[in-house]
Structure formats: structure tokens, C-alpha cells
Design a protein around this ligand. Structure first.
Ligand code: AMP
Ligand code: MN
Ligand code: MN
Ligand code: MN
Length: 286
């Protein structure tokens, strides 16, 4: 049965709870999913527990935003030892910095005549994890823009826009090392959609392989057939793992449904076998 290895919950910028995600996975005919919230692992215990109860295999994951100069990449970490207190301490700074950044972006919007408060946006987010989708929703609800995507403009919070601010500058190579240090594998998310450059071509991906990148998210809801074929070829040529997921955010990603990407068994098994070996050496190091 198929897998969707890229989901978001209310603990980052998705709109479903982990329990709702498990229920939806059953409805959508999936048997394996990965919760890959941005910068946080807060939803994983619940998701894994409920998954066990309802027969859905849940792979622990997290999605990091990393920087190569001004280029922002997203790196997915699978099977990371997320319960490790020192790992949780390492990622706390990303979360803290997000709070400051959200407040500063809202202040910039205020200067641009958008009368939103931090509390208003926090209410939509539900937690102190505030991402741009929450700000975008607040702008829609207050009538400043018609659709969320209209907030992602140069005038407001689009990349490089007037009220845009970058996140904590986690360097890509350091992120990959962090993932490996805690027993995980590093997969480049949606290589066709990176901020600050056109897309990741073979040479750009090769540079990441030198840092230790383990795989590519070849299948993604925003990759066309041609793009998918392009990255599948690169993954084969560079000997990288192949992953895939919808990047489902519930109401925060209109038009994208869980299971829009169904990764076939063969790729899931390959990821799991590779991780099993890595985990053995990780455990031996502990
Ligand atoms: P942040 O991590 O706070 O910078 O917000 C980035 C998130 O915003 C991504 O993970 C997507 O969920 C969402 N996003 C990015 N670009 C767009 C866009 N053009 N339209 C709608 N949502 C977007
Ligand atoms: Mn997101
Ligand atoms: Mn992403
Ligand atoms: Mn994502």
C-alpha cells in the first residue's frame, strides 16, 4: 500500500491535528505517512501513538529551512531521533527565532497599513509557531487580500517582499550534519521549488551530495510529470534515495490533498532498509 511522506499539522503551518491526519490517511487508502512539520517535532508522539492504534505506520520527520547564501532550501529529515533531549535543544532556537520574526513581519505589515496584531495571527496559528501561511490567512480574514496567495506578493510577505524577513540562518551543510548526528537521513524537499534561485539542477544537487545528502523528494504535488522524470533521472545517476509526498497543509494549502502523491512500496522499503543500517550504527555510537 502506498505512502505520503510529507504532511504538516497544526504544530507548524498545517490545519489538521496529528489525530485528524491519521484518520484522513485511512480514508485516503494510505498505510504509511510521515509527519514533517517545519522546525518542530511537537506532533510526532501523538501521531505515532494514534497511528499504532489505527493501523497507520507513521515515520518521524521534520522539515528544516536551510540557507546557501541567500538561497533557501528545504531539507526533510526522516527517522531522526526526535526524542533525544539534546536534539530538541538544538532545534529550539529555530522555533524561538520564528516568534521574533513573526512579530517583526507583522510590525512591517502594520507600517504598510495592514492592521493586524500578533495576537490575532497567533489565534489562527493556535501555537507560537507562526509561519507566513498564518499571516496570509489573517490577511484574508481581515479582508486585506482575497486569497492567501495574494499575501505572498512583493508588496507583502512573498520572498523578498516588503514585509518579508528570513528565518534562522541554518546552513545547509550544518543541517545535514545535525540530521546525521541524530541518526536521520537528509532528503532535499521539492527541488523544483526553492527560494532565491530557479530550481536545483544536477550540479547544485551534486554539491549537496558532497555534504552528505541521502535522497531527493522526486514526487511532490507541485512537480509536473516532466519535472518528476527529470529528478528521477538525477536520483538514479547520483545514487540517491527517492522520496515523495503531497506537502499537505489542510486548509493552509488550498488545492493540495493528502495522498495526491502516493509513493510506491518499493521506494518506501528502500528508504526503510537504508535507515535501518544507519540506525544500527547510530545506536552503536550512543
Ligand atoms: P515560512 O516558513 O514562514 O517562511 O512560510 C513558508 C510556507 O508558506 C511554506 O512552507 C508554504 O506552506 C507556504 N507558502 C510558501 N509560498 C507560498 C505561496 N506562494 N502561496 C501560498 N503558500 C505559500
Ligand atoms: Mn509550510
Ligand atoms: Mn517546504
Ligand atoms: Mn512542507
Amino acid at each position: 500500500m502506498p505512502a505520503d511522506l510529507h504532511l504538516h499539522s497544526i504544530y507548524s503551518d498545517g490545519s489538521c491535528t496529528p489525530t485528524e491526519l491519521v484518520e484522513l490517511a485511512r480514508e485516503r487508502g494510505l498505510d504509511t505517512v510521515a509527519l514533517a512539520d517545519h522546525d518542530t517535532v511537537a506532533g510526532l508522539d501523538e501521531m505515532i501513538l494514534v497511528g499504532k492504534e489505527r493501523g497507520i505506520q507513521v515515520i518521524p520527520a521534520i522539515e528544516f529551512s536551510t540557507y546557501e547564501g541567500d538561497v533557501e532550501l528545504h531539507i526533510l529529515a526522516y527517522y531522526i531521533d526526535y526524542r533525544n533531549p539534546s536534539f530538541q535543544e538544538e532545534i529550539r532556537k529555530l522555533y524561538e527565532k520564528r516568534k521574533e520574526r513573526a512579530a517583526a513581519m507583522i510590525a512591517r505589515l502594520n507600517e504598510l497599513g495592514i492592521g493586524l496584531s500578533y495576537q490575532q495571527v497567533r489565534k489562527i496559528a493556535g501555537t507560537d509557531y507562526i509561519g507566513r501561511p498564518h499571516i496570509a490567512r489573517a490577511m484574508v480574514e481581515a479582508g486585506y487580500v482575497r486569497e492567501m496567495k495574494d499575501a505572498f506578493s512583493q508588496e507583502y510577505i512573498g520572498n523578498g517582499g516588503r514585509a518579508y524577513l528570513p528565518k534562522y540562518r541554518l546552513v545547509t551543510e550544518e543541517a545535514i550534519n545535525l540530521i546525521h548526528n541524530y541518526g536521520g537521513i537528509a532528503i532535499l524537499a521539492h527541488p523544483f521549488h526553492v527560494n532565491g534561485r530557479d530550481y536545483m539542477d544536477k550540479r547544485a544537487i551534486e554539491a549537496l551530495v558532497h555534504y552528505g545528502l541521502d535522497g531527493l523528494e522526486v514526487y511532490h504535488s507541485k512537480h509536473s510529470r516532466d519535472i518528476t522524470a527529470y529528478y528521477l533521472t538525477i536520483a538514479r545517476e547520483l545514487g540517491l534515495l527517492v522520496s515523495g509526498g503531497s506537502d499537505f497543509h489542510g486548509e493552509n494549502s488550498p488545492g493540495v490533498e493528502m495522498g495526491d502523491i502516493k509513493l510506491v512500496d518499493r521506494y518506501v522499503r528502500r528508504i526503510q532498509e537504508y535507515c535501518r543500517k544507519k540506525q544500527l550504527s547510530y545506536k552503536a555510537r550512543q
